[in-house]
Design a protein around this ligand. Structure first.
Ligand SMILES: Cc1cc2nc3c(=O)[nH]c(=O)nc-3n(C[C@H](O)[C@H](O)[C@H](O)COP(=O)(O)OP(=O)(O)OC[C@H]3O[C@@H](n4cnc5c(N)ncnc54)[C@H](O)[C@@H]3O)c2cc1C
Length: 381
């Protein structure tokens, strides 16, 4: 067993870190304040292969492993949580669902565009009336000759207005609950399909979040992704891997906050001494370092299992639960160390505290992770 990254993963980390420091970090504050999705960044992320992580080389993807995916999301999030969320969701949700379960025709049509960032991918499971209980979704899919017609609405969809393609989960038989759910590839611009950007988010304000409406959206039969009725099971396995990336996002934000706290503790003086001389401050720094290292080990373990084709759902849930909560504590401590200056947006820890909050909600809340973990424990016994 080794805890060191190999040369390939170190190179990926160094590239992601340098790019994020130069091209993302200097703009994060402005993008957040303007609540603006930085479309101009997307081709650059595409060139680096950061948008085709889960896409095979045959389709122009970078075909990286889960560990590389976690490292890239951590480094991007360290510079900006909103862009971390964009990279995590584009790769892990919409693109991954099409790459893993799409027909050859769907893959030929969409994956090359998704791999370069020409199109971004969205993924729509959550609805106004169903979040944690996602099998209770109400969006309907009915057959109309050899076509499918979708009706319903979705909420909180990342890349909802900027995505070129959205994988939409819908039910053809509500009575069958999750067995009635299938996935469909819906292109932006399809008649009856509309998106409204959600503004006023607490954090990750530069990421695109939207409400989607589907009214008589008529699709060719071939837009079905995976088998009819397998959509829910497929979506749950997509979320298993997605959770590793949300854990990595939380880790990146926690690292950014700790870095800022360390610098501030060395520079700020009170009672004639740097803050870092006070034991109360030292303990906060020590706790954050320890918890973030523990989070990284959980994330890397889940990623290593996924890359070895072993079951990893339980480990991914634990990594997300712990990393999102440890990262939140690190952000909160960093704010405390900054005192009043942590409470204003002149210092980035204010934004880190807002951005990290979603990691305890998206892709399954902390409560849902605990449910998943406990269910697996009880099943095993
Ligand atoms: C910025 C952002 C981006 C998102 N992006 C996407 C996306 O791209 N695609 C997508 O499909 N969704 C997306 N989501 C939706 C997200 O996955 C849901 O918000 C999340 O799953 C929780 O659902 P909910 O908001 O309806 O809360 P609810 O399910 O209503 O939960 C409310 C509270 O009750 C708790 N709760 C619910 N059930 C239980 C239970 N059985 N036991 C204990 N506690 C429980 C929850 O943990 C939570 O604290 C996004 C959300 C946000 C905020």
């Amino acid at each position: 067993m080794t805890f060191d990254l190999d040369a390939t993963h170190r190179a990926i980390r160094d590239t992601a870190r340098a790019f994020s420091r130069e091209e993302i970090a200097p703009h994060a504050k402005a993008w957040d304040e303007e609540e603006r999705f930085p479309q101009e960044l997307i081709p650059k992320l595409g060139e680096l292969g950061f948008l085709g992580i889960n896409i095979g080389a045959d389709y122009g993807g970078s075909e990286l492993d889960t560990l590389a995916y976690a490292i890239i999301v951590e480094e991007v999030s360290r510079a900006d949580g909103a862009m971390g969320l964009t990279v995590a969701s584009h790769n892990g949700l919409g693109s991954c669902h099409l790459a893993r379960f799409g027909s050859d025709a769907l893959k030929d049509r969409y994956l090359p565009k998704l791999a370069t960032g020409e199109w971004l991918g969205a993924w729509a499971l959550t609805e106004p009336g169903s979040g944690s209980d996602s099998a209770a979704l109400r969006t309907r899919a009915r057959r109309d000759g050899d076509r499918w017609v979708l009706d319903g609405s979705k909420n909180f969809i990342t890349q909802g207005t900027v995505g070129g393609i959205c994988v939409v989960l819908a039910s053809s038989d509500l009575a069958k609950r999750h067995h009635g759910i299938s996935a469909f590839a819906v292109e932006r611009g399809t008649p009856g399909f509309s998106a409204r950007k959600l503004t006023g988010k607490m954090g990750c304000r530069a990421s695109d979040t939207a409400e989607l409406h589907l009214e008589n959206v008529s699709l060719e039969a071939g837009q079905l992704v995976g088998r009819e009725g397998s959509g829910f099971t497929d979506a749950m396995s997509i979320l298993d891997k997605g959770r590793i990336s949300i854990a990595a996002m939380a880790l990146g934000l926690g690292e950014a906050a700790l870095e800022a706290a360390l610098a501030y503790a060395k520079e700020r003086r009170q009672f004639g001494r740097p803050l870092g001389d006070f034991q109360a401050i030292q303990w906060m720094l020590a706790d954050s370092r320890t918890e973030l290292d523990a989070a990284r080990l959980l994330i890397w373990r889940a990623a290593a299992l996924a890359d070895a084709d072993k079951p990893f759902g339980q480990e991914a849930a634990m990594a997300k639960l712990f990393a999102s909560e440890a990262g939140s504590r690190a952000c909160d401590r960093a704010l405390q160390i900054h005192g009043g200056y942590g409470y204003i947006n002149e210092f980035p820890v204010e934004r880190h505290n807002r951005d990290i909050r979603v990691t305890r909600i998206g892709e399954g809340t902390s409560e849902v992770q605990r449910l998943v973990i406990a269910r697996n424990l009880l099943r095993d016994e």
